[in-house]
Design a protein around this ligand. Structure first.
Ligand code: SF4
Length: 209
Protein backbone atom coordinates (compact mmCIF):
# COMPACT_ATOMS: atom_id res chain seq x y z
CA UNK A 1 0.00 0.00 0.00
CA UNK A 2 1.15 3.55 -0.64
CA UNK A 3 3.44 4.95 2.01
CA UNK A 4 4.69 1.61 3.26
CA UNK A 5 8.24 2.47 2.21
CA UNK A 6 8.08 6.08 3.34
CA UNK A 7 7.25 8.30 6.27
CA UNK A 8 3.63 7.22 6.48
CA UNK A 9 4.39 3.56 7.17
CA UNK A 10 4.60 3.75 10.97
CA UNK A 11 1.43 5.71 11.76
CA UNK A 12 -1.30 4.14 13.86
CA UNK A 13 -4.33 3.63 11.62
CA UNK A 14 -7.65 4.32 13.29
CA UNK A 15 -10.41 2.02 12.08
CA UNK A 16 -12.72 4.38 10.13
CA UNK A 17 -14.91 4.20 7.06
CA UNK A 18 -13.90 6.13 3.95
CA UNK A 19 -16.89 8.44 4.42
CA UNK A 20 -15.79 9.17 7.99
CA UNK A 21 -12.19 9.92 6.94
CA UNK A 22 -13.40 12.21 4.15
CA UNK A 23 -15.77 14.01 6.51
CA UNK A 24 -12.92 14.58 8.97
CA UNK A 25 -10.63 15.81 6.20
CA UNK A 26 -13.23 18.26 4.89
CA UNK A 27 -13.71 19.58 8.42
CA UNK A 28 -9.96 19.89 9.06
CA UNK A 29 -8.67 23.34 10.00
CA UNK A 30 -5.30 22.25 11.37
CA UNK A 31 -3.40 24.77 9.21
CA UNK A 32 -5.84 27.65 9.73
CA UNK A 33 -3.33 29.71 11.70
CA UNK A 34 -0.64 29.41 9.04
CA UNK A 35 -2.50 29.73 5.74
CA UNK A 36 -3.27 33.18 4.31
CA UNK A 37 -6.85 32.00 3.68
CA UNK A 38 -9.48 29.69 5.13
CA UNK A 39 -8.51 26.03 4.59
CA UNK A 40 -10.51 24.37 1.84
CA UNK A 41 -9.53 20.70 1.60
CA UNK A 42 -9.79 19.26 -1.91
CA UNK A 43 -9.72 15.47 -2.24
CA UNK A 44 -11.66 13.24 -4.60
CA UNK A 45 -11.62 9.50 -3.98
CA UNK A 46 -14.22 6.76 -3.88
CA UNK A 47 -14.21 3.17 -2.66
CA UNK A 48 -13.78 2.10 -6.31
CA UNK A 49 -10.58 4.14 -6.76
CA UNK A 50 -7.99 1.99 -8.53
CA UNK A 51 -5.77 4.69 -9.98
CA UNK A 52 -4.75 7.25 -7.37
CA UNK A 53 -3.16 10.53 -8.40
CA UNK A 54 -0.96 12.01 -5.71
CA UNK A 55 0.27 15.50 -6.50
CA UNK A 56 1.64 18.31 -4.35
CA UNK A 57 -1.25 20.52 -3.21
CA UNK A 58 -4.09 22.45 -4.85
CA UNK A 59 -3.17 25.65 -6.65
CA UNK A 60 -5.18 28.84 -6.40
CA UNK A 61 -7.57 27.92 -9.20
CA UNK A 62 -8.34 24.52 -7.66
CA UNK A 63 -8.72 26.21 -4.26
CA UNK A 64 -11.43 28.36 -5.81
CA UNK A 65 -13.23 25.68 -7.83
CA UNK A 66 -12.84 22.79 -5.37
CA UNK A 67 -12.13 20.47 -8.31
CA UNK A 68 -8.67 18.84 -8.38
CA UNK A 69 -6.57 19.45 -11.48
CA UNK A 70 -9.17 21.89 -12.81
CA UNK A 71 -6.39 23.93 -14.41
CA UNK A 72 -3.81 23.80 -17.22
CA UNK A 73 -1.76 21.28 -15.20
CA UNK A 74 -4.80 19.01 -15.24
CA UNK A 75 -5.11 19.35 -19.02
CA UNK A 76 -1.51 18.20 -19.46
CA UNK A 77 -1.98 15.39 -16.95
CA UNK A 78 -5.10 14.18 -18.75
CA UNK A 79 -3.13 14.22 -21.99
CA UNK A 80 -0.47 11.98 -20.42
CA UNK A 81 -3.23 9.69 -19.13
CA UNK A 82 -5.17 9.66 -22.40
CA UNK A 83 -8.48 10.65 -20.79
CA UNK A 84 -10.79 13.64 -21.19
CA UNK A 85 -12.42 15.67 -18.43
CA UNK A 86 -15.55 13.54 -18.50
CA UNK A 87 -13.59 10.37 -17.74
CA UNK A 88 -11.20 12.08 -15.34
CA UNK A 89 -13.98 13.41 -13.12
CA UNK A 90 -16.68 10.84 -13.82
CA UNK A 91 -14.82 7.54 -13.68
CA UNK A 92 -14.96 6.16 -10.11
CA UNK A 93 -11.71 4.25 -10.72
CA UNK A 94 -9.76 7.54 -10.88
CA UNK A 95 -9.08 9.36 -7.60
CA UNK A 96 -7.03 12.37 -6.55
CA UNK A 97 -5.41 12.83 -3.13
CA UNK A 98 -2.49 15.26 -3.02
CA UNK A 99 0.20 15.43 -0.34
CA UNK A 100 -1.72 18.36 1.15
CA UNK A 101 -5.39 19.00 0.57
CA UNK A 102 -5.39 22.78 0.95
CA UNK A 103 -3.82 25.49 -1.20
CA UNK A 104 -0.65 26.51 0.68
CA UNK A 105 -0.57 30.04 -0.77
CA UNK A 106 1.55 31.83 -3.33
CA UNK A 107 5.22 32.37 -2.57
CA UNK A 108 6.22 35.96 -3.48
CA UNK A 109 9.51 34.52 -4.76
CA UNK A 110 7.61 32.42 -7.32
CA UNK A 111 5.39 29.38 -7.35
CA UNK A 112 3.30 28.13 -4.45
CA UNK A 113 4.53 27.32 -0.96
CA UNK A 114 5.30 23.63 -0.34
CA UNK A 115 2.48 21.39 0.91
CA UNK A 116 2.15 21.58 4.72
CA UNK A 117 3.86 18.46 6.00
CA UNK A 118 1.32 17.84 8.72
CA UNK A 119 -1.39 17.06 6.17
CA UNK A 120 0.15 13.78 5.01
CA UNK A 121 1.07 12.90 8.60
CA UNK A 122 -2.47 13.57 9.83
CA UNK A 123 -4.51 12.11 7.02
CA UNK A 124 -2.68 10.07 4.46
CA UNK A 125 -2.34 6.74 6.30
CA UNK A 126 -6.01 6.84 7.34
CA UNK A 127 -7.18 7.71 3.85
CA UNK A 128 -5.04 5.11 2.08
CA UNK A 129 -6.17 2.43 4.53
CA UNK A 130 -9.71 2.96 3.21
CA UNK A 131 -8.70 2.62 -0.45
CA UNK A 132 -8.00 -1.10 -0.76
CA UNK A 133 -8.60 -1.21 -4.52
CA UNK A 134 -5.76 1.10 -5.53
CA UNK A 135 -3.57 -0.70 -8.08
CA UNK A 136 -1.39 2.16 -9.22
CA UNK A 137 -0.47 5.48 -7.62
CA UNK A 138 0.87 8.30 -9.77
CA UNK A 139 3.53 10.07 -7.71
CA UNK A 140 3.36 13.52 -9.23
CA UNK A 141 6.39 15.51 -8.13
CA UNK A 142 9.11 15.10 -5.55
CA UNK A 143 6.98 15.47 -2.40
CA UNK A 144 4.78 12.52 -3.31
CA UNK A 145 7.82 10.52 -4.40
CA UNK A 146 9.70 11.15 -1.16
CA UNK A 147 6.70 10.18 0.96
CA UNK A 148 5.76 7.01 -0.89
CA UNK A 149 9.20 5.75 -1.91
CA UNK A 150 11.21 6.77 1.13
CA UNK A 151 14.83 5.69 0.73
CA UNK A 152 14.04 4.23 -2.70
CA UNK A 153 13.61 7.74 -4.12
CA UNK A 154 16.69 9.01 -5.92
CA UNK A 155 18.57 12.19 -5.13
CA UNK A 156 16.53 14.20 -7.61
CA UNK A 157 13.04 14.04 -9.10
CA UNK A 158 14.57 13.53 -12.55
CA UNK A 159 16.57 10.50 -11.41
CA UNK A 160 13.54 9.03 -9.66
CA UNK A 161 11.37 9.44 -12.74
CA UNK A 162 14.12 8.01 -14.94
CA UNK A 163 14.05 4.86 -12.79
CA UNK A 164 10.24 4.61 -13.17
CA UNK A 165 10.20 0.94 -14.14
CA UNK A 166 11.71 -0.02 -10.77
CA UNK A 167 8.65 1.21 -8.89
CA UNK A 168 6.02 -0.62 -10.91
CA UNK A 169 3.46 -2.02 -10.54
CA UNK A 170 2.45 0.01 -7.45
CA UNK A 171 3.91 3.43 -8.22
CA UNK A 172 4.68 5.57 -11.24
CA UNK A 173 6.85 8.62 -10.42
CA UNK A 174 6.18 11.56 -12.71
CA UNK A 175 7.07 15.24 -13.00
CA UNK A 176 4.38 17.72 -12.07
CA UNK A 177 2.43 18.69 -15.22
CA UNK A 178 2.71 22.39 -14.36
CA UNK A 179 3.77 24.84 -17.06
CA UNK A 180 6.80 25.43 -14.82
CA UNK A 181 8.04 22.02 -15.94
CA UNK A 182 7.79 22.74 -19.66
CA UNK A 183 11.57 23.21 -19.85
CA UNK A 184 12.06 20.00 -17.89
CA UNK A 185 9.92 18.16 -20.45
CA UNK A 186 11.98 19.62 -23.30
CA UNK A 187 15.20 18.54 -21.61
CA UNK A 188 13.82 15.08 -20.89
CA UNK A 189 11.91 14.06 -24.03
CA UNK A 190 12.08 10.40 -22.97
CA UNK A 191 9.27 11.10 -20.51
CA UNK A 192 6.65 11.92 -23.13
CA UNK A 193 8.15 9.37 -25.56
CA UNK A 194 8.28 6.40 -23.16
CA UNK A 195 6.51 6.99 -19.86
CA UNK A 196 3.37 8.80 -21.02
CA UNK A 197 2.55 6.14 -23.67
CA UNK A 198 3.00 3.43 -21.03
CA UNK A 199 0.65 5.33 -18.72
CA UNK A 200 -1.97 5.80 -21.44
CA UNK A 201 -1.93 2.07 -22.15
CA UNK A 202 -2.14 1.21 -18.45
CA UNK A 203 -5.04 3.62 -17.85
CA UNK A 204 -6.91 2.29 -20.89
CA UNK A 205 -6.40 -1.26 -19.66
CA UNK A 206 -7.63 -0.40 -16.16
CA UNK A 207 -10.71 1.38 -17.41
CA UNK A 208 -11.54 -1.45 -19.82
CA UNK A 209 -11.26 -4.15 -17.13
S1 SF4 B 1 -3.72 21.19 4.49
FE1 SF4 B 1 -4.43 19.24 5.38
S2 SF4 B 1 -3.87 19.40 7.57
FE2 SF4 B 1 -3.84 21.48 6.73
S3 SF4 B 1 -5.93 22.29 7.08
FE3 SF4 B 1 -5.90 21.42 5.01
S4 SF4 B 1 -6.68 19.30 5.31
FE4 SF4 B 1 -6.01 20.07 7.33
Amino acid sequence: MSGSGGEGGSAYIRPMSLDAVLADIHACRACAGELPHEPRPVVRVRPETRLLICGQAPGRRVHESGLPFDDPSGERLRGWMGVDRGVFYGEPAIGVAAMAFCFPGTNPKGGDYPPPRRCATLWRPHLLAQLPNVELTLLVGSYAQAWALGARARRSMTETVRAWREFLPDFLPMPHPSWRNTHWLKRNPWFEAEVAPWLRERVAGMLAA
